[in-house]
Each structure stands twice: as structure tokens, then as C-alpha cells.
Design a protein around this ligand. Structure first.
Ligand code: 2AM
Ligand code: CA
Ligand code: CA
Ligand code: CA
Length: 268
């Protein structure tokens, strides 16, 4: 690992711990909850505070870097050139508000479009997943093994029940045969946690129809380091600055699910 990434890695881990403490402390204070695009799209004062915390640390320490954040305190980026931090201060805000668990801080760092570092911090379980390009992926600094193939009948996949009911993105008949075939389905309500769980082998796959760059940036680096396969639902590579569907899974399982259940069945 170059000195430069070692330095960045040390800073990020320090900032994540500090941000985690802020979130822990917030549980004893009153939370300000607002809605964004619809009544179920929540944002709290902590989402905003944590994003601003990271932005001020990054600007102070790495003034030449660019930042994209969900809550809009970063920049509006049109190009993936340079070093870009892609931040979701709280991924799983609904869980944060309703359950006080199953949420994470997600930070991906990309250079000229290539994922170099990814951090997903599950504050409540004190589980920090991180990956550095070419160095592997880790959970609390313990290296995660490469993902091994699993047959679809033995797979546990994560997906939101919305996608097997009437919705405007996908016909329920596309994913319901897959739901019947797999060993089990789960839904955690935090894309970052679901991606970290696939990287850690706790889930065999994850399918979702609409994610933003801050939802999947960190997870993409983790998945690449353990040999997982991550595409959109059409099997195409993800564009790091674009919203997208995401289908991620263990190596051969990706191919099996794609060919049998997804290929040619999804009209955007
Ligand atoms: P959030 O909590 O940071 O908003 C919930 O199923 C997952 O989808 C969470 O990771 C959540 O992130 C994300 N999510 C919620 N609303 C979304 C939207 N409109 N577009 C993309 N991702 C969204
Ligand atoms: Ca949100
Ligand atoms: Ca998110
Ligand atoms: Ca968020």
C-alpha cells in the first residue's frame, strides 16, 4: 500500500470513530426528522451533521479532493476525474429513526473513476468493513476471504418486498420465481449493510432497483476485493456517478441468476 493511501486510511478510520460517537450520543437527544421526496423519505439533523463533519475534515486535510454527498453539502460533479469521496452519512435513515440499528456510514473514494478505498461502518454493532484496492477487504481489520460459488437453491439473497409486488419499476413476475427458488430472502433496509454482508459472505446476493452513487460506492470497492460480481440488472457495469439498479452476488451465482431470471426481462 502506498504511503498516500495509508495516510488516507488512517484519517478515515479516525473520522469514522468520531462520527460514530456523535451518532451514539444523538440517541439521548431529541432527533429532528424531516421528509424529502415523499412522506417515507426521511432525513434527520444527524444525516446533515455527519455529512458536514466529513466534508469539513476532508476539505481541511485534502483540499484538492472532490466530495459528493447524499445531503448535498458536497459538490455537484459532472466528471469522475480526480479524487472523489462519495459519502452517505447515514445509509438506512428509516432504520436509524425507527430501530436505532441497521444503518451505516458509507464512504467510497474513487480516483479517475476507479474505486480505491471503501468504508462501511455499522456503528451499533461496531463493525467497520473496509477495502483498499489490491489489498483486500476487512471487517474490523480481519481479512475477508474470497467469495466461493454457491448454487441458487442454497443462496440467501437480499431484496425489498416492494419488487415482488405491483410497482412501477419491474413486473412482479420477474423476481418472484427467483424468490421461490432460493433458500431464503432477507431485507435489511440499508444498501451499504447489504453490500457489506455480501462481501462478508453473510448474504449470497443482493438485488435492488434504484440506488444512488452514495449507496453503492463503498460497497463496490469491498465487493471487488473479495471477487464478487456487481452489475446493474441488465448485466452492465455500474457508472459511479449515475443512479442505477444493482445486482451483486457471488461469482457463478451472478451468472446463473442473470441468465435464468433477469436477462431480457427488465424494461426500465
Ligand atoms: P438512505 O437511508 O441513505 O436514504 C433502503 O431500502 C435503502 O435504499 C437505503 O440504503 C436507502 O438509503 C436507499 N434509498 C432510500 N430512498 C432512496 C432513493 N430515493 N433512491 C435511492 N436509494 C434510496
Ligand atoms: Ca436518504
Ligand atoms: Ca443511502
Ligand atoms: Ca443516507
Amino acid at each position: 500500500m502506498t504511503q498516500r493511501w495509508k495516510e488516507i486510511d488512517t484519517y478515515v478510520k479516525e473520522w469514522l470513530k468520531e462520527a460514530g460517537q456523535k451518532i451514539q450520543q444523538s440517541f439521548s437527544k431529541e432527533l429532528l426528522i424531516q421528509t424529502k421526496s415523499n412522506p417515507n423519505d426521511l432525513v434527520t439533523n444527524m444525516d446533515k451533521e455527519i455529512e458536514q463533519f466529513f466534508i469539513s475534515k476532508i476539505n481541511e486535510t485534502f483540499p484538492e479532493h472532490h466530495i459528493l454527498g447524499e445531503e448535498g453539502y458536497g459538490e455537484e460533479l459532472e466528471s469522475d476525474e480526480g479524487t472523489i469521496w462519495i459519502i452517505d452519512p447515514i445509509d438506512g435513515t428509516m432504520n436509524f429513526v425507527h430501530q436505532q440499528r441497521n444503518f451505516a456510514i458509507s464512504i467510497g473514494i474513487f480516483e479517475d473513476g476507479v474505486g480505491q478505498a471503501g468504508y462501511i461502518y455499522d456503528v451499533i454493532h461496531n463493525e467497520l468493513y473496509h477495502a483498499l484496492k489490491g489489498q483486500g477487504a476487512f471487517m474490523n481489520n480481519i481479512q475477508l476471504p474470497k467469495l466461493e460459488p454457491v448454487p441458487v437453491e442454497q443462496a440467501i439473497i437480499s431484496l425489498n418486498a416492494t419488487w415482488v409486488t405491483e410497482n412501477r419499476r419491474i413486473d412482479p413476475s420477474v423476481l418472484s420465481p427467483l424468490v421461490r427458488k432460493v433458500r431464503g430472502t432477507r431485507s435489511y433496509g440499508s444498501a451499504a449493510i447489504e453490500l457489506a454482508y455480501v462481501a462478508a459472505g453473510r448474504l449470497d446476493g443482493y438485488i435492488t432497483l434504484r440506488l444512488a452513487p452514495w449507496d453503492f460506492a463503498a460497497g463496490k470497492v469491498l465487493i471487488e476485493e473479495v471477487g464478487g460480481v456487481m452489475t446493474d440488472l441488465e448485466g452492465k457495469p455500474l457508472e459511479i456517478l449515475e443512479k442505477s439498479s444493482v445486482f451483486v452476488s457471488k461469482p457463478t451465482l451472478h451468472d446463473e441468476i442473470f441468465r435464468t431470471y433477469l436477462e431480457g426481462k427488465w424494461n426500465k
